[in-house]
Design a protein around this ligand. Structure first.
Ligand SMILES: [Zn+2]
Length: 281
């Protein structure tokens, strides 16, 4: 069963100066493929018994969907690295600790829920994803407006809605009536789900959600309408694997007023883009 990580914690209500708040929820979806017999060969999965089972009868999608066997974009080098960054989850890779990250060898699909959102929200999501892509070397593909209701109890694999692949990242606005964790002081929530490759047990991020609080961030008298942009960037930082830092000069500080990714954030994002391919997921 998915579980929430103990780092889920509410933050103070944002002030009019743009103090950032968010709640991080991490859902771990451990997927052990007893039906998986394919060898890891050059990043490709040539054959899998699991693929012969109808998607509706599985708890995971076909292995290696859209994996290309190599990076889709070059690794990112930070000209002026910082040290203030942290990862939500790490794993042991080649004898050292490495962050749990997305495969850079397949696109990360994203859908945008527009209900209750500012009119420019889809365009701003596109711009923010471009920033994260440039900082990580990960590739995002937008699949258009979401048809899925916002929810914290979101399945990582929804074959009836999205086909035989991991559900895309869902980005949208929500209120506390729909997502109770947004009540009170919480301006945004990021949630990621990860899965482990069979045999190698390599963990990778496979889907996620970003919900921005309608009450605190949607257009309203006295707001510029753009207060949500730093929160959106911050939550997307969580979606690709960053955790909070105690340094208020960084965007990943839980209550900072910094509007954009800073040196530490960018260094962590670049590292998160250096994960391995995930042909078994
Ligand atoms: Zn946060």
């Amino acid at each position: 069963m998915p579980r929430r990580s103990p780092d889920a914690r509410p933050r103070r209500r944002p002030s009019t100066t743009g103090v950032l708040t968010c709640l991080v929820l991490t859902v771990m979806a451990a997927v052990y493929g007893f039906d998986w017999l394919a060898a890891r060969q050059g990043g490709a999965v040539p054959w899998s018994i699991g693929d012969l089972v109808p998607a509706a009868a599985r708890d995971h999608p076909q292995r290696g969907f859209e994996e290309t066997g190599g990076r889709l974009a070059p690794v990112v080098t930070v000209a002026t690295p910082g040290t203030s960054y942290a990862f939500q989850h790490t794993r042991t890779q080649d004898g050292r600790e490495a962050p749990v990250a997305w495969s850079p060898c397949r696109p990360i699909h994203v859908v945008v829920a527009t209900a209750g959102a500012p009119a420019d929200f889809p365009a701003q999501v596109t711009a923010a994803l471009a920033e994260v892509s440039a900082a990580t070397g990960l590739t995002f593909v937008e699949d258009g407006p979401a048809t899925e209701p916002v929810s914290l109890d979101r399945a990582a694999f929804q074959p009836d809605r999205y086909g035989d692949r991991w559900a895309p990242v869902l980005v949208g606005f929500a209120d506390a009536a729909t997502v109770p964790d947004l009540a009170g002081s919480v301006a945004g929530i990021a949630q990621v789900q990860m899965a482990e490759e069979p045999f190698t047990r390599d963990a990778h991020l496979v889907t996620g959600t970003v919900y921005l609080d309608t009450e605190l961030l949607a257009p309203a008298p006295g707001r510029t309408g753009l207060e949500y942009l730093p929160v959106l960037r911050h939550e997307l930082g969580h979606v690709v694997g960053l955790d909070h830092v105690d340094d208020p000069t960084q965007l990943m500080h839980p209550t900072t007023g910094v509007p954009t990714f800073q040196a530490g954030d960018l260094t962590g994002l670049a590292e998160l883009g250096r994960g391995g391919c995930a042909p078994g997921l």
